[in-house]
Structure formats: structure tokens, C-alpha cells
Ligand binder design. Sequence first.
Ligand code: XLS
Ligand code: CA
Ligand code: CA
Length: 437
Amino acid sequence: MREFFKDIPKIKYEGKDSKNPLSFKFYEPDRVIRGKTMREHLRFAMSYWHTLCGEGIDMFGAASMDKSFGGANPMETAKLKAYAAFEILDKLDIDFYCFHDRDVAPEGDTLVQTNKNLKEIVKLLKQLQQDYNKKLLWGTAKLFEHPRYMNGAATSPSADVFCYAAAQVKEALDATLELSGEGYVFWGGREGYETLLNTDMKLELDNLARFLKMSVDYAKSIGFEGDFYIEPKPKEPTKHQYDFDAATVIGFLKSYELDQYFKLNIEANHATLAGHTFQHELRVAKDNNMFGSIDANQGDTLLGWDTDQFPTDVYQTTLCMYEVLSAGGFTKGGLNFDAKARRSSNTFKDIFISHIAGMDAFAIGLIAADKIISDGRIDSFVVQRYQSYSTGIGKKIVEGKTNLKELAEIASTLDEIKVESGSQEYLESIINQILFS
Ligand code: XLS
Ligand code: CA
Ligand code: CA
């Protein structure tokens, strides 16, 4: 079999004292934590778009890497990328991948040709999945790159564009089913607006709901049983993205009675762009029974855009895995590295090392989150903090068995109200103690 990355061996666990950059220091795939292996807990996925497609172009500079793999034309390049993708998955011991339709196969001159291209590559991907024993975590459609989508796709003012986007999602769902994808993601792309002066927001949101319902109906009709995810993001590329954050998406889904069909795909960098912590977005999803999957990356809070950096901040991965474990773990979702090596980290070796860094950071997070839960001090602090709601009038409030009149009567008898400390620094010191002991 052809080998693209001859200087990269299969990455193995060597332990925390290893100085070999091409080894895992913390990720031990078969180590069992809480009855599941690390591999089963973390369900790592590689994003096709960053790893096989992004060549480092930014608005000030040209590509800093070449990812054509010597292909002479777009279809040949697409095939070479597919072989390269599975070699990367194999060498990194990553079980899953995620893609947009246009990451894996190029557009043709007509929609018919484009769909033919996709089908041809899907056939190859299916073969490679079998050869390498890899799986598709989720598929999606790229409804934002082509200029036809400059005003949005499902929220475009043009019904023809809405039609085209529907055709694209139909095909992407077929591809996801053919590859036994465990999920399908709707990220808002350009579903949003730049100015309300030219926007009928009500019609656009109604249409977005119609689009999602038609997509769910079609997926069911072809026998797709994976999870559907909406991925919130507050801005970029549009000034205001409709799927702003987890709470906004949940409110939208509920008001159109679509909540039963969807879970959320929470991305760390999108959380910080929305002015939230990653942990906040995960908690909102979990508390609404919509925790689904995660785009594992990190932003830079000094920058106002989506930097999609590899996650190396172990404090964040710890709090993330604490939420994931408290939510009962992943079912069909996983940790997708929607992340790219920096433009100046421009070798394939950097890309391997970036994934290793991300996998180790989440392994540290998982180990620490397990310890936080076993330690019990944080969870029991929270239980204790709300104890007044488990007896007496607190219990009646929770059970909906009281009213303002009764509460006012009780309040008038309270001579001294004791308000306890929130003890934030104590709790933060417990996390540090667990992380560094
Ligand atoms: C862009 C999004 C995108 C989705 C998939 O900001 O993160 O990559 O994850 O369409
Ligand atoms: Ca993402
Ligand atoms: Ca992103």
C-alpha cells in the first residue's frame, strides 16, 4: 500500500516521561476508567477539512502547505487525499473522522456531475473504512463556501438557493448513510445576517425550521438512524449567526417543535466567541438533554475570531470531561478535532504532533475529571449548597406546592437569614490539587 508519511511511525503510548514527540504521554487507548476504555470514552475524530484541505491560506498570505499529494486533477487529488486521510487515522490510532461533502469531492460543472463525484469518492471512503476499521462520526454539507450561498442557504432570500441547498443536504445525507455515519451536523454556515435593513428575519427563521424538518423527514425516509446535531456559533462568517449559542438554538428548536429531533454539537471556540465558557455551553446542552457531540479545539480569548487551535489547555479539557462524564458520556457523539495546526506549523509532522497534543490534553482531562468525581468534594459541595430545597418550604417550592402568599408569610417570620459562602477559591484549589498531584 502507498505510504505518504514515511517518517511517521504508528503513534504509541510511551508514558509521561517520554521525550519522543511522536508518542502519547497520557493517552492510553486501552486503559479502563469508570468501566470504559479511554478510547471508548473519548471517541476521537479527525476533521477532514482542516487536516486534508486547509493549506494555511489567510487574508494576508498564500498557502503555507501543499495538500494536493501530487494529484493531476481535482478528482485524482480527492482520491489521494482519501488514502492520506486513512493513513493519518491509522498512524494516530484515531477511530473516527468527520467531513463536509465538498471536503472529500470537488464540485463539477453541474449538480449532476458534482453528485457523481461525491458518489465515486464515497465508494472509496467506504472501502477505506473497511480496510482500516475506521468509522464516520458525522457528515455534513458545505453550505457556505460557494458564492451562491453568499446570502445564506436555508435562510437565503432566494428560493432557488434554498432548493440547491436542499439538494446538497439530500445528497450529503445519502453519503452519510452509505458510510454508516453515526451523526449528521448542521452548522449555520452563512445562516445569519449582516444588517436588518435588508433582512426579513422572521421569514428566514421560519424557512430554516422548514429546511431542518424536511431534512429530518428525508433522513428518516432513507433509514438513517444517526443523531442530528446543531452546532451553535455566534458570529463569523455573518455578523449575527442565527444559531448564536446553545440556549438560543434550544429556544429556536422548541419554538418550532423540532427539539425532539436534535442534539447539540458544542465547539469550544464557538463558546468563547459567544462570551461563554466551554463548560457553560456543555452544561446548557446537558441540562436540556441535548448533549450530543463536541468539536474539540480552543480559541484565543485575545482574538475575536474562530482560530480553531488544537486543544492543549488542560484546565479546559478537564472541565469539559467533567461535564461529559456527568452527562453519562458520549453515545453516538465524540471529540472531533475541528482544529488546525498554526499557519507556520506547516509540515505534516506538525499535524501529527498537534493531534497527539490534543489527544493527550483530553486524556489528562478525562483522568482528572474521573478523579474530581471520585474525590467527591466538588459534587458534594454543590449538593450541600442547595440543601435548603430538599426539606421544608424549599421542598414545597421545588414541588410547586406553594405560592407567593405562603412564602410572604414565612418570610415575615424569618428573623435572621444565613447566606453561606460560595467558596469559589476553595473549589478551584481542589481542581489544582487533583490536576497536579
Ligand atoms: C465553522 C464550523 C464548521 C462546522 C462544520 O466554524 O466549526 O467547521 O464544524 O460545518
Ligand atoms: Ca466546528
Ligand atoms: Ca470553528
